[in-house]
Design a protein around this ligand. Sequence first.
Ligand SMILES: Nc1ncnc2c1ncn2[C@@H]1O[C@H](COP(=O)(O)OP(=O)(O)O)[C@@H](O)[C@H]1O
Ligand SMILES: Nc1ccn([C@@H]2O[C@H](COP(=O)(O)O)[C@@H](O)[C@H]2O)c(=O)n1
Length: 214
Amino acid sequence: MKPLVIGIAGGTGSGKTTLTRELVSSFDGRVAVVYHDNYYRRRDELTYAERCDLNYDAPEAFDNGLLTEQLDRLIGGEAIECPIYDYSDHNRSERTELIEPQPIVIVEGILIFAEEEICSRCDIKLFVDTDADVRILRRIKRDVLERGRSVESVEAQYLQTVKPMHELHVEPSKRRADLIIPEGGGNLVALDMLVHRVQRQLDGALDPAPRAGS
Ligand SMILES: Nc1ncnc2c1ncn2[C@@H]1O[C@H](COP(=O)(O)OP(=O)(O)O)[C@@H](O)[C@H]1O
Ligand SMILES: Nc1ccn([C@@H]2O[C@H](COP(=O)(O)O)[C@@H](O)[C@H]2O)c(=O)n1
């Protein structure tokens, strides 16, 4: 049977990964996760300083051809060797990760609904909605502690690219979502309803992607 593909989008720091982890633990061993971030383009031709200055919040920053090709293979029941991204180096690492096919495939990333080729492959589209002030506070903490950044660099990047690209690409893509979830994985009511819905689809009690009026 074709896996159920769940897309999880939302701004940086909104809680996408937290929601993804909740779903992974709810459907233990039956979920494959594909992070759009791992498909940032390889930029070996640039120096580290040049890579620091790139815009990582525009659709062109990603190798969407590779993502859709690998996603299709996963949906078709094949394992993939997914690239691994190194945020400290602003480049794709030499390592890859084996992802086995599963009944549920989660695709997560800020811009997945801004890309028709990714959006159209998602049976359930979730958008995690969290206020911008909360998101930037979380991002400063995470980027300094986990991604090797300074507070000054996070602030500059946020004002130069993250915020304008969020307004141009991420926020409008919310319209394509089936469900908008305030606060993501911390929203226990939404999580509970979502888990029941996904379970019913796995049980075959519902059409794969039913639409109003169909
Ligand atoms: N509902 C929430 N309440 C409090 N903190 C949260 C909540 N959701 C996520 N966080 C925290 O915010 C940070 C960013 O969350 P994360 O899920 O990694 O966001 P994203 O994947 O959208 O960038 C993490 O440190 C996470 O623990
Ligand atoms: N070299 C890079 C690549 C990406 N980013 C930022 O990551 C953000 C997306 O990841 P989330 O987990 O926050 O959704 C995105 O906003 C990019 O700006 C980066 O800082 N450096």
